[in-house]
Write a protein that binds this ligand. Structure first.
Ligand SMILES: Cc1cc2nc3c(=O)[nH]c(=O)nc-3n(C[C@H](O)[C@H](O)[C@H](O)COP(=O)(O)OP(=O)(O)OC[C@H]3O[C@@H](n4cnc5c(N)ncnc54)[C@H](O)[C@@H]3O)c2cc1C
Length: 462
């Protein structure tokens, strides 16, 4: 039988149907391009299937548990409800299914041909999938990332974040190797669902690039909830023990942690499976990511790459923004992608969200900055909700423009959308003063913190 006989030609081939790939495919179709999308796993990629959405489903139910416990402590509720983890997992699967079906429908509605199969980029303009050759004027690589492990003895005994989402029962004792975003989100969820959680982080501090005061607040709150966090701790090996697993470590504190489940949350690496970068002549960064310019084009003309496979923020909304930018450039509108105002969220409990720069970063950059602060404890809506936290706004001392916003506490990721606009548009003190914010709302705290930069907060004594 003759191989590779079927040939299809289109304007754009997208490899990978995660958030970056599916969004770029739809954006390109809306521009009138004929688009072929290859997906070897499930449409929606990491984000919809095993990332953003299923973690948030679990975190939402875990937060509800916390809320009920707090209401029981206050004797407002009489008893704490029992929950079914099995039903929770069913609910998670339903939400994922609904979203994946929704994106599949959108692809169909936009007349995008989806090829279910693992694609191999064989050279510029050419992709092979299950014996057929496909040709595209432009190619967009959106193959995402996969979990990366650390080379230690017994690493195979640990589970990945994907497996952590699919556990059949809540582990009694959970050890998390890696205190990054994924590690802390899953640590938070399982802590509230009843696990005894220990986080082992090799760096001396969690989230060193973020505002120190806001991070310290979050870490204290996580510890208060019972999560044991050990920074400056290098895990040496994982071994089986009489009661389950044992994680051995050295560092500021040397010792062992006994656990029923060990989660390896030590980051993700670009997925180059099927992308023969050498054959296509595509350059990689020293970290092994696909190298792109400000227009998301690789070192080979007409081959673009976006999302986790190019490194950078490794966030779904970064993949969206890069996908949109790539399509604009394919359409000939030469526009560099602007990732300077990227919201960064940690959906731990409490949640953290930031956009723009911190006061420390401003100092490093030689900008004279002032920081204003407002505590959840002084906000009516926060008190009504029983929410704790802190809002910090950084402004330029000279021209009184907004440089950054850092929030730790309930609904921080929701509030950061507006903060992003304030940082992008360099909102001034004068503009903050003239802004009317709904009352009561948590967002009032952002205005108060901005005014506090210049001693003008109304609901703050000093
Ligand atoms: C537990 C967890 C929680 C997360 N939470 C958040 C969050 O709250 N917010 C946030 O912004 N980000 C979050 N992320 C990160 C986010 O999921 C990723 O940044 C995002 O999915 C990257 O999108 P992408 O399109 O680049 O790649 P992916 O989503 O990884 O999609 C790549 C797709 O390409 C397919 N593919 C790969 N190679 C081929 C091939 N050769 N042929 C055909 N198909 C192929 C894969 O099957 C996959 O479907 C989380 C990640 C994890 C793991």
């Amino acid at each position: 039988m003759e191989k590779n006989t079927r040939r299809e030609v289109c304007d754009l081939i997208v490899i990978g149907g995660g958030p970056g790939g599916y969004l770029a495919a739809i954006a390109a179709a809306k521009e009138g391009l004929s688009v072929l999308l290859f997906e070897g796993g499930s449409i929606g990629g990491t984000c919809l299937n095993v990332g953003c959405i299923p973690t948030k489903y679990l975190l939402d139910k875990a937060a509800a548990m916390d809320k009920v416990r707090s209401l029981v402590d206050q004797k407002i509720f009489r008893e704490c409800g029992l929950f079914s983890f099995r039903k929770m997992q069913e609910g998670r699967r339903e939400v994922v299914h609904k979203l994946v079906s929704g994106v599949e429908y959108l692809l169909k509605a936009n007349k995008i041909r989806v090829v279910r199969g693992f694609a191999t980029l064989t050279g510029p303009g050419e992709v092979e999938c299950e014996g057929s050759i496909y040709r595209g004027k432009d190619i967009l690589i959106a193959t995402g990332s996969v979990p990366s492990s650390i080379p230690i003895e017994g690493a195979e005994l640990a589970i990945t974040s994907t497996q952590a989402l699919e556990l059949e029962k809540v582990p009694g004792r959970l050890a998390v190797i890696g205190g990054g975003v994924i590690g802390m989100e899953l640590a938070s969820a399982y802590c509230s669902l009843g696990s005894e959680v220990t986080v082992l982080e090799v760096l001396p501090e969690l989230f060193p690039a973020e505002d120190r005061k806001a991070v310290a607040y979050m870490v204290r709150a996580l510890q208060k909830r019972g999560i044991h966090i050990s920074c400056g701790t290098k895990v040496l090996k994982i071994e089986k023990s009489a009661t389950g697993l044992r994680v051995c470590y050295e560092g500021t504190q040397a010792g062992v942690t006994e656990a029923d489940v060990v989660l390896m949350a030590t980051g993700r690496k670009p997925n180059l499976n099927g992308i023969d970068t050498e054959a296509a002549g595509i350059s990689l960064t020293p970290k092994g990511e696909i190298q792109v310019d400000a227009y998301m084009e690789t070192s080979v003309s007409h081959i673009y790459a976006i999302g986790d496979v190019v490194g950078g923020y490794q966030l779904a909304h970064a993949a969206y923004a890069e996908g949109e930018a790539a399509v604009r450039n394919i359409m000939g509108r030469r526009e560099a992608v602007d990732l300077s105002v990227m919201p960064r969220c940690i959906y731990a409990m409490p949640a953290f969200a930031a956009v723009g720069i911190s006061a420390d970063k401003a100092e490093e950059m030689g900008i004279a900055a002032v920081t204003g602060e407002f505590a959840y404890g002084a906000n009516g809506m926060a008190l009504a909700k029983g929410a704790d936290g802190l809002v910090r706004v950084v402004m330029d001392k000279e021209n009184k423009m907004t440089l950054g916003v850092h929030i730790v506490g309930e609904d921080a990721p929701e509030m950061i959308a507006f903060a992003s606009a304030a940082v992008r548009d360099k909102m001034t003190l004068n503009e903050w003063e003239r802004m009317v914010v709904a009352h009561p709302s948590l967002s009032e705290m952002m205005k108060e913190a901005a005014l506090d930069c210049f001693g003008k907060s109304v609901h703050k004594a000093v």
